[in-house]
Design a protein around this ligand. Structure first.
Ligand SMILES: Nc1ncnc2c1ncn2[C@@H]1O[C@H](COP(=O)(O)OP(=O)(O)OP(=O)(O)O)[C@@H](O)[C@H]1O
Ligand SMILES: [Mg+2]
Length: 255
């Protein structure tokens, strides 16, 4: 089995708003897939459907060859999701939250505590004794990352993982994710606005706009499709997502 994430004809409608439409995705084992798109394009909606948080209006999701409608619990045991705004139990201390998850997921305590300890050292997490209610956005994100990585998930979903992180933590995260993909064949699906991250880290990139996938491939393939060889991902992204008028906007600002 090499297809780890499969989405077929996914659609999500909120009231009259079609947030995602006709979306087909296939992500293979050990791949780091970057999901890019402008604000409101449908990235978070997609990642929530792929992780079983939102029910699609139409279409199907298969993760690790299991169907989300019939095997949701089995899937959730094997995947981890770091949302853009992690919601956690505010009245717990960091280590209590980690312990709680170890019990829920039936993890080997000794092994997992050791792994969590290594992760905390790498990300300079020294606040597990504090209540989560006192954490900053970045601290919450780091804790959510740490408890997700400690579970050694087969598939890891990350929504804007570097937004709240300082430069050092973002760099460590990049290295850590690459290592997980290469050594443990962890499949990683991440959304990001940081094009440099997508460019340097992701094996394949999908670009979504107005709920539809408008381009997909390796950076090389995207360049070929656009008929250009020297463009940065930023230029390609702006071109594909309607950034042609970008120069005009800057000009107007300067007027
Ligand atoms: N619960 C909801 N109810 C109504 N509309 C929603 C809901 N969630 C998302 N939307 C709408 O669906 C569209 C896609 O939103 P989504 O959050 O998926 O975008 P995004 O690509 O993650 O954007 P960003 O880059 O800003 O995070 C937007 O128009 C948004 O307003
Ligand atoms: Mg989003």
């Amino acid at each position: 089995m090499s297809e780890i994430i499969q989405a077929e004809n996914l659609k999500k409608v909120f009231g009259k708003k079609v947030a995602v439409e006709d979306l087909n995705l296939n992500v293979t084992s050990g791949e780091i897939y970057g999901f890019l798109g402008p604000n409101g394009a449908g990235k978070t909606t997609t990642i929530k459907m792929l992780t079983g948080i939102l029910m699609p209006t139409e279409g199907s999701v298969r993760i690790l060859d299991l169907d989300m409608t019939t095997d949701e619990i089995k899937i959730k045991r094997k995947i981890a999701f770091v949302p853009d705004e992690p919601k956690m139990y505010d009245n717990l201390k960091g280590w209590e939250f980690a312990n709680f998850l170890m019990e829920i997921y039936g993890l080997d305590k000794e092994e997992t505590v050791k792994r969590l300890d290594d992760i905390c050292k790498a990300f300079e997490i020294d606040f597990l004794e504090k209540y989560i209610s006192d954490y900053s956005h970045g601290m919450r994100q780091k804790l959510m990352l740490a408890v997700s990585l400690m579970r050694k998930p087969k598939v890891l979903f990350l929504d804007e993982p570097t937004v709240g992180l300082d430069a050092r933590s973002a760099k460590i995260l990049k290295l850590w994710l690459r290592k997980m993909a290469d050594e443990n064949e962890t499949t990683i699906f991440m959304t990001t606005h940081v094009l440099e991250i997508a460019e340097k880290m992701c094996d394949r990139i999908g670009i979504i706009k107005d709920g539809k996938l408008i381009a997909e491939g390796t950076l090389e393939e995207l360049r070929k499709k656009s008929g250009k060889t020297t463009d940065s991902l930023e230029d390609l992204f702006l071109e594909l997502t309607g950034g042609a008028e970008f120069g005009d906007i800057i000009e107007q600002l300067n007027d």
